[in-house]
Write a protein that binds this ligand. Structure first.
Ligand SMILES: [Zn+2]
Length: 461
């Protein structure tokens, strides 16, 4: 039994059902779970460890619902800097094909380190190519060293160029071995219990890189074991044209056909969806991982997030892979989500003033996407808010940053409106990952050096 008392946060944002925000707030934590939340004066006064957050803002840990950790090795690749999705992928596939197990390990640590410093405590990752003996195990074991919760998606590609798919045949796998490995991973690592640090997700990559047969069989296998399903969907107009031409359906209708609409499914992107498709998502309790930076970087379009929320769709945020971001800063993604939703409102609204003005996404709505929203998308009832019984996952930022000067009349909004800062503390299940602004579970300078060496080797071939 170990206890942690967190107290005197200037503001504690709970994200509970009433969205309580508590001045001079704190938490009492025992064995990784929250026992009490409230004003510091009402909490127990002793514990095994005490964290004084005077001068800090305290929030639930952010939840990243879509990423490709390995892409941190191919940020800013010159030939892929100015392309849209399909050309970007075709440029990068041959470079990714050179990766090995050590590259997966290093890139996982880099991505998770960046995420932790941006307040993230749970990340979902989508690894869909396994060259040169790489396995999802390499990522899972590396994540355990850092201490963030991981929803590891066993991605896959099976529709190579010779069969009309986008990826070269050299990076696709046989469907039988994909399914066998998926089953092995679920049986080895998947923990469905409250407080779970590792969950497995089955995630055929996209309609243009897998067959319908693999999608169907993955869904059957996932439902047999009670694990979730994930894929990229409706990301670009090119994808829509591909699906219409090859399958005779738009992406969402194609998913319906394959039994891929349901509460255990979440889609990355969903930029190109109409009202009818959003209604279907809402009714079926499908989730969406909104990745605003990536959608801008690849000129994919603007996902209609406010409209999705009106249809009752579960929406979380994702930084997406670090070759289309080119970072893993989830707090920055919260800001981008708010700003992009506002741009969308401006583009589609008749005017930005007067009674018919379109609704603008608020800072708190954007924060909600990254907390409660992400937890709902990943199917985690034990995460997403600071309440008794939930996991002790939180982060705190110092309020005396230059960045916030002049904005402290509303610290929670300043966190989103002002430029993102690094977390001072990031705690997962009551354990520190970031303390006094420093990552304590890995050697940062050594990691950066290893990472740059690996990136150079991949790029030079
Ligand atoms: Zn992606």
């Amino acid at each position: 039994m170990s206890s942690l008392l967190v107290r005197h946060a200037n503001v504690l944002v709970t994200m509970d059902d009433h969205r309580h925000e508590i001045s001079d707030g704190g938490l009492f934590i025992r064995d990784g779970f929250i026992e009490q939340v409230g004003p510091s004066a009402e909490l127990p006064q002793t514990a095994d460890e005490i964290l004084d957050l005077t001068g800090h803002l305290l929030l639930p840990g952010l939840i990243n619902t879509h990423h490709h950790f390995y892409q941190t090795l191919t940020r800013v690749v010159p030939a892929a800097q100015d392309c849209n999705l399909f050309k970007w992928l075709k440029t990068l596939y041959p470079i990714w094909a050179r990766m090995g197990p050590d590259d997966i390990r290093i890139s996982t640590q880099t991505a998770l380190a960046e995420l932790a410093l941006s307040g993230c405590t749970t990340a979902s990752d989508h690894l869909y190519l396994f060259p040169n003996g790489s396995r999802l195990d390499d990522e899972i074991l590396a994540a355990r060293e850092i201490g963030l919760r991981l929803h590891a998606s066993r991605g896959s590609m099976s529709l190579g160029e010779s069969k009309g798919g986008l990826p070269p045949d050299s990076v696709v796998e046989a469907e039988e071995s994909i399914l066998k490995d998926s089953q092995r991973l679920i049986e080895t690592y998947h923990d469905p219990n409250p407080g779970s640090m590792t969950q497995i997700v089955l995630a055929p990559c996209s309609p243009f890189s897998v067959t319908g047969n693999l999608m169907r069989q993955s869904a059957t296998l996932a439902r047999e074991y009670g694990v979730n399903l994930h894929t990229h969907l409706a990301e670009t107009q090119d994808e829509e044209s591909f699906c219409l031409q090859k399958f005779g359906y738009k992406p969402v209708a194609y998913m319906e056909l394959l039994n891929w609409i349901g509460p255990d499914v979440w889609f990355a992107h969903s930029v190109h969806v109409n009202s009818e498709e959003m209604r279907l998502y809402g009714e079926a309790a499908c989730g969406v991982a909104h990745c605003p930076t990536s959608n801008m970087r690849l000129a994919s379009g603007i996902a209609p997030i406010l409209e999705m929320l009106q249809w009752g769709v579960k929406v979380g945020l994702g930084v997406d892979g670090s070759a289309s971001n080119d970072g893993s800063n989830l707090l920055e993604e919260v800001r981008q989500a708010m700003l992009l939703a506002r741009l969308n409102a401006g583009l589609h609204g008749a005017s930005l003033s007067g009674e018919d003005a379109p609704a603008l996404m608020t800072a708190r709505q954007a924060l909600e996407l990254a907390t409660r929203g992400g937890a709902a998308v990943l199917g985690r009832k034990d995460l997403g808010s600071l309440e008794p019984g939930k996991c002790a996952d939180f982060f705190a930022v110092r309020l005396n940053h230059l960045t916030y000067a002049g904005g402290l009349h509303d610290p929670a909004a300043a966190l989103v409106f002002c430029s993102p800062v690094h977390a001072e503390y990031t705690v997962v299940g009551g354990k520190f990952v970031v303390k006094e602004g420093k990552l304590i579970t890995l050697d940062r300078p050594r990691l950066i050096e290893q990472h740059n060496r690996a990136a150079k080797r991949l790029l030079n071939g």
